[in-house]
Design a protein around this ligand. Structure first.
Ligand SMILES: Cc1cc2nc3c(=O)[nH]c(=O)nc-3n(C[C@H](O)[C@H](O)[C@H](O)COP(=O)(O)OP(=O)(O)OC[C@H]3O[C@@H](n4cnc5c(N)ncnc54)[C@H](O)[C@@H]3O)c2cc1C
Length: 254
């Protein structure tokens, strides 16, 4: 029996809408910016204008539910929206669905408390700031986050964090980080050893060491040194020992 690879009608419809928006609105602007060797402020200004068009055309925050100003698309539709937006460089930013913010919004939506949502999800969903997600470390295999060495030790109402991260996308210029650290080194199973924290940036003890070059050149994937970083216990995201679970949920749709 032949497999039917046709997309569901609603997925195909949104794919075509995004494709047409990217071709008619976004690509001409991007080509002009490239031809003019435009600087960052010109890019920012043009992306701002295009974002207004995306909002008008109902293509803003495709990954978020309606109450957060989004289109409430599921993972299949999002895969095709991302593929269409990714045909241009600035496309994902225009829809406010760029990595790592899109995945961070998803994480905050499902794991943050109401206060954290207002402080961190609201400005991200409104396109007013950027964020980063800090889990991978140079000393251990990123494929297995139970090996994470960055430690968080309780000190009164705070946690003191020390460690080393790398490949942290978007770290330069991020207003906050979702940081995964080991709070319970003896927990069994090892998947219960990590917790996640919301860290306001810049913060004393959080140092961006360098932007690590990849095959695509410099892309703001940073090495971070964390030295005696003090984080209030109210900044824990989700429950203590749930950092691994949160990471899995975060990276699933990413
Ligand atoms: C462009 C880019 C952006 C990134 N952005 C972020 C970010 O924003 N935040 C963040 O926290 N991380 C980020 N990362 C890191 C990414 O999550 C890690 O690279 C990934 O988890 C793999 O970890 P690693 O690089 O340590 O490789 P390793 O885990 O060391 O893996 C190396 C190789 O060994 C294989 N391997 C590993 N373990 C096993 C095993 N047990 N059995 C068989 N094979 C195995 C892997 O498949 C791989 O081929 C980014 C990476 C890149 C390249």
């Amino acid at each position: 029996m032949a497999i039917d690879f046709k997309l569901a009608p609603d997925v195909e419809q949104v794919r075509q809408r995004v494709r047409s928006f990217m071709e008619s609105r976004v690509r001409p602007v991007e080509e002009r910016l490239v031809a003019e060797a435009a600087d960052r402020s010109a890019y920012r200004q043009e992306i701002g204008r295009l974002r207004d068009h995306a909002r008008e055309e109902g293509l803003w925050n495709p990954h978020l539910p309606a109450e957060w100003g989004g289109m409430a698309l599921g993972p299949v539709a999002m895969a095709f929206v991302s593929a269409e937006a990714g045909r241009t460089t600035i496309g994902p930013y225009v829809l406010n669905a760029q990595a790592p913010d899109e995945g961070n919004m998803h994480t905050l939506l499902h794991h943050a408390n109401d206060e954290q949502k207002e402080k961190y999800l609201r400005p991200l969903a409104e396109g007013r700031c950027r964020s980063c997600f800090a889990m991978t470390e140079p000393e251990v295999a990123g494929s297995d986050p139970t090996l994470i060495q960055t430690s968080a030790i309780r000190d009164g109402d705070d946690w003191i964090v020390n460690g080393h991260k790398w490949f942290i996308s978007g770290a330069r210029g991020a207003r906050f980080a979702i940081l995964v650290a080991k709070t319970d080194p003896d927990a069994d199973p090892p998947q219960a050893r990590n917790s996640a924290f919301l860290v306001d940036l810049p913060s004393e003890g959080w140092e961006v060491v360098r932007d690590i070059e990849t095959m695509a050149g410099h892309g703001n994937h940073c090495e971070i040194r964390i030295t005696d970083l003090r984080v209030a216990s109210s900044q824990m995201l989700s429950e203590r020992g749930h950092g691994h679970l949160l990471g899995q949920a975060r990276l699933g749709p990413a």
